[in-house]
Design a protein around this ligand. Sequence first.
Ligand code: DGI
Ligand code: FE
Ligand code: FE
Ligand code: FE
Length: 189
Amino acid sequence: NGTIQTLETRVADKLSDYRFQHSVRVRDYAVKLAHDNGVDEDKAEVAALVHDYAKELSDETFLSVIKAKHLDSDLLNWGNYIWHGVVGAEIIRDELGIEDDEILNAVREHTTGGAEEMTPLSQVLFMADYLEKGRDFPGVETARQITDQSLAAGVRYQIVHTVLRLVKKETPIYPKSITTYNYWLNRGL
Ligand code: DGI
Ligand code: FE
Ligand code: FE
Ligand code: FE
């Protein structure tokens, strides 16, 4: 597909080789998860290819977009790890012309997840970013097996373990990550 080829080239030009390779692996994993879960594979492919498109932009660039677009001023208290998804979605729409709100929301949520508003497409991207073949953290194989059984159980596993890891490192936790944690913990999986 020519559109996907063009998109892939745009992403490759924007990112270091290692992060582009990560994006390609996320694409492969996202298409598989989409297939297994009845999610639109073309949307999953696009969302995955572009999800970290903004990750290597400077803090100054993110700060100027937050101001120009009047995004939530609380964003000013956070950093690249939150901005590249939430603010990155605006940059992806402007630079790549992707207008699909389901795709843009999946990119916005790919780091923190989301609560009841999290669509199956967004769950697929969240899990593919966590599980792509290059990931090798302790527990990744368990996480892959759980996600093969149930996408929602995978989302729960990831958010629990991410919050645990952040607490252990005494790192600040973005409020949306806590909302995601509470929601998926109580879904009775
Ligand atoms: O962009 P990637 O490295 O592929 O992965 P990502 O966007 O899922 O995560 C980016 C980083 O953000 C990762 O090191 C984990 C971290 N992170 C996720 N949620 C939070 C967080 N960091 C803080 N401080 N607070 C959070 O709530
Ligand atoms: Fe990311
Ligand atoms: Fe992620
Ligand atoms: Fe990523």
